[in-house]
Design a protein around this ligand. Structure first.
Ligand SMILES: Nc1ncnc2c1ncn2[C@@H]1O[C@H](COP(=O)(O)OP(=O)(O)OP(=O)(O)O)[C@@H](O)[C@H]1O
Ligand SMILES: [Mg+2]
Length: 265
C-alpha cells in the first residue's frame, strides 16, 4: 500500500451557471519521502486536487488514504503552504513560527526556541524576528508562512506555488533548502508550480496534468533521468535536464493547443 493513495478521486463544483468538473476520476500513489511536482495548464485543477489532499475540499468521488487512514477534514498531519502570503499580521515573525510549533509535544520550551532560531535562519529572516508581518515585504511574509508550516513538522508538505512571488535569488535559495530538507528528513511533498525548471530541479517525480478537467497525462520518474542524490542548481546545465525540460514544454504546449481546439468547437 502506498504512503499516500489517491483512489478514483474526482471533483465537480456546483455553480449558479452549472456544474464545473475540475478533476476527472484519477489515481495517484505517492511513496513516503517522495517529492512529487504537479505541472499543468492554468485552471486545470491542480489546486483543487491539492486542497482535497489537504482536507480543505471534499472529493465528489473516491477516497484519499494517508498511511492507512482515510482522510476526512484538515488535520495537523498535512501542512499546506499557499501561493498567497498566509502570515498572521498581528504576530511577529518569531510569533508566527512559534504558532507552528504549538502542537509539537516532542519539543520542550528550550528546543522550541532553538527551532524558531533555526527556521528563521533557514528562510533568511535573521534580524527580523520581532518585526510584525504587516511591516515586511510580500516575499518575506511568504518565507514566514513556509517556516511556520515546516515548524509544525507535518507528515506531508503540500506546497501550492509557494515560491511564485519570490525574486529569483530567494527562490533558488529556498529551492536548495527544500532539497536539503528532503535529504535530511525525507519529507513527503507535493509541490505545484508553473515553472518547468523548478519542477524538474525539485522532483523525484513529475505529474503533468491535462487542461481542465485534470487527468494525468504523464508520470515522469525524474530520478531515473537525473541524479537523485546531491542535486543542486548546476543540474540545470546537464543535457538530460535540458532535454527533459524540452519534452515537458512540448507536452504542455500540445495540451494547450488541444484544449483550445476542443473549446473552439
Ligand atoms: N470553489 C470553486 N467553485 C467553483 N469552481 C471552482 C472552485 N474552485 C475552483 N474552481 C474551478 O475549478 C477549476 C480548477 O481550478 P484550480 O484552482 O484547481 O486550477 P489550477 O490548476 O490550480 O490553476 P492555476 O494553475 O491557475 O492555479 C477552474 O475552472 C476553477 O474555476
Ligand atoms: Mg492553482
Amino acid at each position: 500500500m502506498a504512503y499516500l493513495s489517491i483512489n478514483d478521486v474526482s471533483k465537480t463544483f456546483s455553480t449558479p451557471s452549472g456544474d464545473v468538473q475540475a478533476v476527472t476520476p484519477l489515481d495517484l500513489d505517492v511513496a513516503q519521502g517522495e517529492i512529487v511536482t504537479f505541472l499543468g495548464p492554468s485552471g486545470c485543477g491542480k489546486t483543487t486536487l491539492m486542497r482535497m489532499v489537504g482536507g480543505l475540499e471534499t472529493p465528489s468521488s473516491g477516497q484519499i488514504v494517508l498511511d492507512g487512514d482515510t482522510l476526512g477534514g484538515p488535520d495537523r498531519r498535512r501542512g499546506m503552504v499557499f501561493q498567497s502570503y498566509a502570515a498572521f499580521p498581528w504576530l511577529s515573525v518569531a510569533g508566527n513560527i512559534r504558532l507552528g510549533l504549538k502542537y509539537r509535544p516532542d519539543l520542550n520550551g528550550t528546543q522550541k526556541e532553538a527551532a524558531v532560531e533555526r527556521l528563521i535562519t533557514l528562510v533568511e529572516l535573521d534580524g527580523f524576528e520581532n518585526s510584525f508581518t504587516n511591516r515586511i515585504s510580500g516575499g518575506m511574509r511568504q518565507r514566514v508562512a513556509i517556516a511556520r508550516t515546516l515548524a509544525a513538522n507535518p507528515d506531508i508538505l503540500l506546497m501550492d506555488e509557494p515560491f511564485g512571488a519570490l525574486d529569483a535569488l530567494t527562490r533558488e535559495h529556498l529551492q536548495n533548502q527544500l532539497i536539503q530538507i528532503n535529504r535530511a528528513e525525507q519529507k513527503t511533498t507535493i509541490f505545484v508550480t508553473h515553472d518547468v525548471e523548478e519542477a524538474i530541479l525539485l522532483a523525484h517525480r513529475i505529474i503533468v496534468f491535462s487542461a481542465r478537467p485534470a487527468r494525468i497525462l504523464e508520470d515522469i520518474d525524474v530520478n531515473a533521468i537525473l541524479p537523485a542524490e546531491g542535486r543542486d542548481q548546476q543540474v540545470r546545465d546537464l543535457p538530460a535536464f535540458l532535454s527533459l525540460r524540452r519534452r515537458i514544454q512540448d507536452i504542455l504546449r500540445n495540451e494547450q493547443q488541444r484544449a483550445e481546439v476542443a473549446n473552439a468547437i
